[in-house]
Write a protein that binds this ligand. Structure first.
Ligand SMILES: Cc1ncc(COP(=O)(O)O)c(C=O)c1O
Length: 231
């Protein structure tokens, strides 16, 4: 059984009880648990990160980590030859302090709040489940409120063309008419990107819905015109 905790792209962080049940289920089935915990250092919600290895007495556990994901994405995109990066790894492992992770987590938490607050102001979007780890948010698109946008793929293609802003269509991770957004960017780029996103949505909004929703929508209310599963 493979689990990804914290999840990508959901950002969900499993509780101790949930992981305990997974361990018990795997034990009954006689299978190993492979735990992808590459975002284990990047958790900022109410659920603390619980490593699957705590349940290694119940079931065999193989844990996957990633220096690139937990320390710095720059290692992945670095222009330097791999040998230079490989040479730096022992120092990185030995000398990266908890302080580094605390700072990163604070930046992610702040960026998520900025994203979350901004998306509340864009009627055709919402984050039903706030991420608690990693650096992605799944955003639900309400196409009823948009004109001339067919689906998430069409949304992202037009967004890239008109605003030079790249967002991953949800269909690429199995969720049609959702968007997979990352908020692991510099503050100024995040503000700029969210501004472009808002302009795009305003330009493509069905005017009748846009006016009605803007006048009636409170900060935490559902954006749908019709009753929906979020209400
Ligand atoms: C959940 C998860 N596991 C593993 C990886 C791969 O990590 P690496 O960049 O070290 O290959 C990723 C990369 O996006 C990921 O999101």
């Amino acid at each position: 059984m493979v689990i990804i905790n914290p999840g990508n792209p959901s950002g969900c962080v499993y509780t101790y009880n949930h992981l305990n049940k997974i361990a018990e289920t795997a034990r009954k089935l006689g299978i190993v648990v492979i735990a992808d915990e590459v975002y284990g250092h990047l958790v900022y919600g109410s659920n603390p990160f619980v490593p699957m290895s705590l349940f290694a007495t119940t079931v065999p556990v193989i844990t996957l980590g990633s220096i690139a994901e937990s320390i710095n994405k720059l290692l992945v995109y670095s222009p330097f030859p791999p040998t230079l990066i490989q040479g730096a790894i022992p120092q990185i492992l030995e000398k990266t302090t908890q302080d580094f992770f605390s700072k990163t987590i604070n930046i992610l938490r702040k960026n998520l709040e900025i994203c979350y607050d901004k998306l509340k102001e864009i009627p055709c979007m919402m984050i039903p489940q706030k991420p608690e780890g990693a650096f992605f948010a799944m955003v639900k698109l309400n196409l009823l409120l948009l004109e001339d946008i067919e689906d998430d793929m069409d949304f992202c293609l037009k967004l890239a063309k008109e605003e030079s802003l790249i967002i991953l269509p949800g269909v690429t991770v199995g969720l049609k008419n959702w968007l997979c957004m990352t908020f692991a960017v510099e503050y100024s780029s995040l503000e700029d990107g969210l501004g472009r996103l808002e302009s795009f949505c305003q330009r493509h909004a069905k005017k009748i819905y846009f006016n009605r929703i803007n006048s009636s929508r409170s900060a935490n209310s559902c954006w749908n015109i019709k009753p929906c599963s979020w209400c």
